[in-house]
Write a protein that binds this ligand. Sequence first.
Ligand SMILES: [Zn+2]
Ligand SMILES: [Zn+2]
Length: 168
Amino acid sequence: MRDLRWSLSNHIVTLRSALKSWRRVYWRLWGSAHFLFCAACRQPFPCTRHAWCRHHPDPPQFFATDAGCQKPPLPVGRYPCCGERAYRFKVLDEGGGCQFRQHMVCSMDIRETAIYSMLESYRHLIEEEPPQLLFPERLTRLVARGTYSKTFLIYIFLSNVNIKLMEL
Ligand SMILES: [Zn+2]
Ligand SMILES: [Zn+2]
């Protein structure tokens, strides 16, 4: 459905004032209108966002319930790279991650090969810088609480340095 609040003319005027040249405006529009498919995140992406593939460089660690290994690890854990929560059983993969890398393009047909070679030739004009990612809420570690053998999760909210305990 057409978004009546959005105008192509205004968009081009905004791009022109940000990019300062009509050549850059042309290639930015070209990059927004041509898509490729990423084999890593399994999503289509516009050529302007070639460097926007989000991922966690470290695999998730899942917390053990006891010091010993009698019980299986909990289905919740964290990514060591950034402290973001990780879940073993996820219905949907939102394609998150704490860092950006280039999308991985492979097995292209003739049309996609032509788009990719154009992207490579004019990359400096087409691509947008990825934004800064902020992770205000981080799950840092799991501690066992003494005689009651209850387990608590410690969340450290780095934004306001509050510490909260959540009983499992
Ligand atoms: Zn991470
Ligand atoms: Zn990707």
